[in-house]
Structure formats: structure tokens, C-alpha cells
Design a protein around this ligand. Structure first.
Ligand SMILES: [Zn+2]
Length: 721
């Protein structure tokens, strides 16, 4: 027996499901597909890694990451995840699939992903109009195929494919395929975007640079180490000759690409943002029919090679000289399932989404009875649009419709941290006020008889063995955490000395949103400190690591939106990923919140590399912010005047262009934040007499040499400062 065939069918017969691994709040909409031997991730927003860590979902098994779009909601956790994958699985080779410009997004992350040898493969699905399986001409081509004939071939990729699928999909077809899944991107566009064909014309006419731009027939795909990928997509920077050139080169010292050839996306991208979205159709393989040994005996077929021939789909001749067809001894194939992941962030995409040609094979074509689950990563407002509702009606009734959006309950994704916080709350109620959480699951929305259920964290949509939708049982999970919490209280809560009461800063509040270093942990998130003055009238963030927005939602609860609106400045100490990956989501969220009001843009203050990174991301996805260089203290002080604050940046001992901050209020108080640093005499001088010193203490006492090497502090060193 063909070993390859046996292996493939073993994989096919195991459990298969898709599961929600992120909703909104401290996670972002995300799904993964579980196979016994592999996992596939759809979207990787902020908090993804922390969620996997908390719920013991093994990232190393997930080689393929699919992105619906490049909004921060979908990609914010990717840089951190890549860093971890690079450090843990080394050169295993992660594959990223996404919309146009996905390659550029990864390239833009070079400012802080310093892992040149990390093996990556990136595929931009460009979305040609004929890409969707089952467009009218494809249907015609496959009209002579029956349902069992068009299933995906589980045995090998691209070899002699006798199934009807080859016929059905005989055009150049963008897809991904391995032994578990065949994935088709279905690309949708905003109404005001040029049509794809026009787009390509513009591309070839305007682009002076050809390495990134491929013809529609050759999908955009790059492979290799991160270093190679960046090299292959490099465009020389147009010389602007501004005064920052020197610093720019120096600030790139730690980046692995050659600073002299500093790169930026071609101007094409500035005019054509990454607004196209990949919806996906995930096809699981069909299961081969059962071989009926009894029947074979009756028909006079000798066991052995004739059996294998029939299994391979070949006919055989029996002892009486009759031709026996495989269908006489093998029951029909059990068709595979299809899971659709739809993302439709705004009504501008509706015309493109509801284009019948795109979905024909899932609505009334060859796969229409196979659609098991449809995930809608679609805001309530768009779901409620008559055009969307009408489109929903087209699918066959067996499909589960699951919405993942801000209606999903805001149950905490991080139980360990929550129970830890609950413990601290018992020690000091004021200091550790309860975290905001609402675990109520909203009722399904009925759309003319079709129920759209609200997707919740860890809900499972089974593909095999059954097709049921299973809510995750949080009660049993929570009992576990409550047990742990109890253990923390075996000892008498320690007495905490009261903080110095200072009337001069009665109206000022400092909130720690994250105090961990490097990777978001189970118990603590990465750096982020919120400072509010004049009873919440103004807000400043000092550093904003991944997950900062989610933490703010959890901590500020009902005051969350007010706090975001009051946020005026974000100061970033240095370019390490754990200090700034939360920036983009906050900028986007605040902008959306204030969209209809006149408002000042959020001021971002940090080293130059931050601006480089933000402006490159801004060429792909719109961000609204105002950047000021942290070392330009005159300018920064001008901006801070309205808040009655004086600011002094201090260069500290960490990576190049790392800063500590000193803030002085006209009421007389003084706050110092060290950022990451060794004990730093300049900071001590500048911060002398501070009312509050926030100092890093990354390592435990006894690890002084390690601290020296990595330019961090031990707890003891921090206290001595
Ligand atoms: Zn650092």
C-alpha cells in the first residue's frame, strides 16, 4: 500500500475544528484551525501570543498564518509572534499569507525584528477577478463533474490530479494547499478603489521598480531569510538631504540592513494603500469512501494488487473477465467541509463583498452543501445593513453563522493575570481596583430566519467528527483559577505602607498597564504607564507595548473611552518591540472614536526610528498622528505647555537612542521614568528630588553580570538609584 496515501488518510480521519482564539478587547478577532498534526492561524492581533501562552495553544505547531488585512487589529500581534518564533523554533520557516503589501508590512518591521536569519515565506494574494473558485466560467468547465469528483486531492500536491477539481479550477488560481487544507483567498475591495485591472495597469506604468511588482499571473511570493526578503524588496531612498540624515543613519545602527541603503516602499504604495481584504475559503479534504471487502469477494476480485488498484481509482478485471469499477466496491467519497472567514469592516466594501461571482460555488455551486461555518468579522452596523443581510440569505441553511465583533462579551482572555489582580485587590482595594469584565453572551441575531450567533473566546466549530458548534465551558475553567487564587491567600495579606500623601498631586494619577519586560507574560503585560493630570482632563502614555489598549479597556472600564479621548501624548522611550507595538492600535482606535469631532491628532514623541516605522506603516494603512522627535525638547515643551508640564529627555544606557523622561508639573511635582537602562548618572542628576521614580528592574538580584550585558538593571540596582 502506498505509504503516502496511508499517512494522508490518517491525518484526515483525526479531529478537525476551528476555534475562536481572539475577539475584541484584550484580544483581537482571530481564529485557528486545529488538525492533530498542524495548526493554521487566521489573523494575529495584539494579545495573540499572550493568549496562546495563557491557554497552552502551541504556537510552534502553527506554520501557516493567514491575514485578512493589514489593519493593526489583524496584524498587531504578528511582530511579537515572529520574534518568539524566531527565538524558539529558529529556522523552522513560518509562512505568512495575506493581502497585497503583506511583504511590505513584514519589511517595515525590520526596525525592530532584528532576526536576519529567520526563515520566512510570504505570499501576497493579489486577488485577480478570476481567482475565486467557481466563477461562472469555472462552473461551466466543471459541469460534468459530480460532487465527489471535485473534492480536493488528499494524497499529494499538484501531481496527476484526476479529480474534477483540476478541471473546475483550471485557471491560474491563487491558493494554498497542503495535506490538510486547501485555501482560496476571495479578495474584496473598497468601492472607491480602482478596479483590479486598472490597478495593475497603474502599477506597471508608474512603478520604476520591478522586484516587488509581479504580473497578476505570477503571484507575489518571497522566500528566504528575513534578511533576504528585505534585500529583495529594497528600494533606494530618494535623497532628501535633511538635517536628520546623520541621526537617521545612527539610529539604524542596530538594524541589520545597511543604513546607507535605507529603504522605503515605492511611491506607488502611498497612493494605493493596502485596503484590499482577503476573505478566505478553507476547504478540508474529502474522506475516501469505505472499501467493501465483502462485496469485492462476491464480485470475485482476489485480494492484493487488485484491491490497491481499485483504491487508486482504477478499474480491474475479475476472474470471470468482467470489468469492475471502483464505485462498485467503494462507497462514495464523503465531501470535505468549507469554512468561510469573511471580514467586512465597513459598508464601503459591501458591493465588492456581495458580488455574486465571488461566492457562486459556495452559494449554489459545487460547494454549497459543504459550507459548515461562516465567520463574520464584521461590525454590528455592517451586519445589520440590508445588503449584507440579503447576501447572507444566499447560503444554504446548514451553515453556522458566527459573528466576531465588539458585541462579543468582554470576558478576560488572561485568567492568570486577572486572578493575580484579584489577589492584589484583597491586599489594597484602592491601589488595585477591580478589573472591568462582562461575561454575558449576547443573544443571536436573527436575520430573516437565519441565526447569526455571537462568537465567544474559545468557542469551537467542529468539522470532524461532528459539525456542531460548541460554546467553551468557562465555568470549569474558572474553577481552576479560583482554586489558584485561594492558594495565594494561605498567608496573611502583607501590610503595604501607605504612599506619601501629597496634596500637590491630588488630581494626578499614575496607572501601570504593564510592567513585564520582553514578552507579554501570563501575569503581566509589557511596558505601558498611563499618567493622567487635572482629574483626567489630560492623559499621557509612557511607552505602549503590545496589548496596551486592551489593558486600558480592562482597567478603566466605563471610563475607557473618556480616557482615550483625553489622551494627548504618547512618549516612547526606545525602539524595542516591547515598548511600542501597542502604538498603532491606540492611534487607530482614538482616531475612529473622535472621527466625527474636531480634534487634535495624537502626539507621538520618540526616537526617529519610531517615526520611520510609523510612516512606513502609514503608507499601507491610514494612521492619524503627529510625530515629534523626543530629543527636540524645545518643541516638546511647547506642546506640553497646555498641560502645565515641563519635560526633559535624558539619554540612558540601553540601545542607541534610548531615553528616560523627567516630567515636572507647575504645581511642583516631579515624575521620572527610566525606560530600559543600566543605572544612569545623567538620569539621577536630572531626576533629583523627584516625587515618583519609575525605574526598570528587569532582572533579579544576583544576575548583575547578565544585567550589565543586556543593559538592564537588577532589582537591587534599581533600588540603589
Ligand atoms: Zn529595551
Amino acid at each position: 500500500v502506498d505509504m503516502k496515501r496511508v499517512q494522508a488518510s490518517a491525518a484526515v480521519h483525526g479531529r478537525i475544528y476551528s476555534q475562536i482564539v481572539g475577539t475584541t478587547g484584550d484580544s483581537c478577532p482571530s481564529i485557528w484551525f486545529f488538525f492533530e498534526n498542524n495548526r493554521y492561524i487566521v489573523n494575529c492581533g495584539e494579545g495573540f501570543q499572550r493568549f496562546c501562552n495563557q491557554h497552552q495553544l502551541k504556537l510552534a505547531r502553527a506554520q501557516n498564518i493567514f491575514l485578512t488585512d493589514l489593519s493593526w487589529e489583524s496584524v498587531g500581534g504578528l511582530p511579537g509572534t515572529l520574534l518568539t518564533l524566531a527565538d524558539t523554533s529558529g529556522i523552522a520557516g513560518t509562512k505568512i499569507h495575506g493581502p497585497r503589501h503583506t511583504t511590505h508590512f513584514v519589511q517595515a518591521c525590520r526596525h525592530f525584528i532584528n532576526r536576519p536569519k529567520f526563515q520566512l515565506s510570504i505570499k501576497d494574494f493579489l486577488g485577480t477577478p478570476t481567482a475565486a473558485p467557481g466563477s461562472p466560467s469555472n462552473i461551466q468547465n466543471s459541469s460534468n463533474s459530480n460532487i465527489s469528483g471535485v473534492q480536493t486531492d488528499t494524497t499529494s500536491t499538484g501531481s496527476s490530479n484526476k479529480s474534477g477539481e483540476a478541471k473546475a479550477l483550471n485557471r491560474p488560481q491563487e491558493s494554498f494547499k497542503d495535506s490538510n487544507l486547501t485555501v482560496f483567498p476571495i479578495v474584496i475591495q473598497r468601492g472607491d478603489e480602482p478596479k483590479f485591472s486598472d490597478d495593475y495597469l497603474a502599477m506597471t506604468a508608474n512603478a520604476s521598480h520591478s522586484t516587488l511588482i509581479k504580473s497578476p499571473s505570477s503571484p507575489n511570493r518571497v522566500n528566504g531569510t528575513l534578511e533576504n526578503i528585505i534585500e529583495s524588496t529594497r528600494v533606494p531612498l530618494e535623497k532628501e538631504g535633511n538635517k536628520q540624515d546623520v541621526q537617521e543613519e545612527n539610529s539604524e545602527r542596530e538594524c541589520f540592513h545597511n543604513p546607507r541603503n535605507y529603504t522605503q516602499p515605492p511611491s506607488f504604495f502611498a497612493q494605493h494603500k493596502s485596503t484590499s481584504i482577503c476573505c478566505y475559503a478553507f476547504h478540508t479534504p474529502s474522506m475516501r469512501g469505505k472499501f467493501d471487502v465483502q462485496k469485492a469477494k462476491q464480485l470475485g476480485i482476489p485480494p492484493g494488487s487488485a484491491y490497491s488498484a481499485l483504491t487508486r481509482g482504477e478499474s480491474v478485471v475479475n476472474s470471470k473477465g468482467e470489468t469492475i469499477l471502483p464505485s462498485q466496491v467503494i462507497s462514495p467519497e464523503i465531501p470535505g467541509s468549507v469554512v468561510l472567514v469573511i471580514k467586512c469592516p465597513s459598508e464601503e466594501y459591501l458591493d465588492s463583498l456581495t458580488d455574486q461571482n465571488k461566492w457562486q460555488s459556495y452559494i449554489n455551486g459545487i460547494y454549497s452543501n459543504c459550507v459548515a461555518t461562516i465567520y463574520h468579522i464584521t461590525p454590528p452596523k455592517v451586519l445589520d445593513n440590508p445588503q449584507y443581510k440579503e447576501w447572507l440569505q444566499n447560503f444554504q441553511p446548514q451553515a453556522n453563522h458566527i459573528a466576531i465583533n465588539e458585541r462579543s462579551s468582554n470576558r478576560t482572555a488572561f485568567q492568570s493575570a486577572a486572578s493575580h489582580h484579584a489577589a492584589l485587590n484583597k491586599i489594597d482595594e484602592d491601589m488595585f481596583s477591580p478589573l472591568y469584565e462582562n461575561t454575558e453572551i449576547p443573544a443571536p441575531i436573527s436575520v430573516d430566519g437565519i441565526n447569526v450567533m455571537q462568537g465567544e473566546l474559545k468557542d469551537i466549530s467542529w468539522i470532524r467528527p461532528s459539525g456542531e458548534y460548541q460554546r467553551f465551558d468557562w465555568n470549569s475553567e474558572e474553577i481552576l483559577y479560583k482554586e489558584r487564587e485561594k492558594k495565594i491567600f494561605i498567608a496573611e495579606p502583607p501590610k503595604v505602607p501607605a504612599l506619601q500623601e501629597l496634596t500637590k498631586w491630588d488630581d494626578t494619577e499614575v496607572t501601570f498597564l504593564g510592567t513585564a519586560s520582553a514578552i507579554p507574560g501570563k501575569y503581566r503585560n509589557v511596558s505601558g504607564i498611563h499618567l493622567s493630570t487635572e482629574n483626567g482632563k489630560y492623559g499621557i502614555l509612557m511607552d505602549a507595548g503590545e496589548g496596551t489598549l486592551g489593558q486600558m479597556k480592562r482597567v478603566f472600564g466605563a471610563q475607557f473611552e473618556k480616557t482615550i479621548k483625553a489622551l494627548k501624548f504618547i512618549f516612547i522611550t526606545h525602539m524595542h518591540a516591547d515598548h511600542h507595538l501597542g502604538l498603532n492600535r491606540i492611534i487607530q482606535f482614538r482616531h475612529n472614536l473622535l472621527r466625527d469631532d474636531a480634534h487634535e491628532p495624537l502626539h507621538i514623541i520618540g526616537p526617529l526610528a519610531i517615526e520611520k516605522w510609523l510612516s512606513e506603516y502609514n503608507t499601507l494603512i491610514d494612521l492619524s498622528y503627529q510625530f515629534t522627535l523626543v530629543s527636540d525638547s524645545t518643541e516638546v515643551n511647547e506642546l506640553l505647555r497646555s498641560m502645565n508640564l515641563k519635560f526633559e529627555p535624558v539619554e540612558v544606557i540601553h540601545c542607541p537612542y534610548s531615553y528616560g523622561f523627567v516630567f515636572k508639573h507647575h504645581k511642583g511635582w516631579k515624575i521620572v521614568y527610566s525606560g530600559d537602562t543600566r543605572p544612569c548618572s545623567d538620569l539621577i542628576k536630572a531626576g533629583y528630588g523627584a516625587d515618583l521614580l519609575i525605574h526598570e528592574a528587569t532582572l533579579e538580584d544576583g544576575m548583575e553580570s547578565e544585567a550589565k550585558k543586556k543593559r538592564h538593571c537588577t532589582v537591587g540596582e534599581a533600588i540603589s538609584v
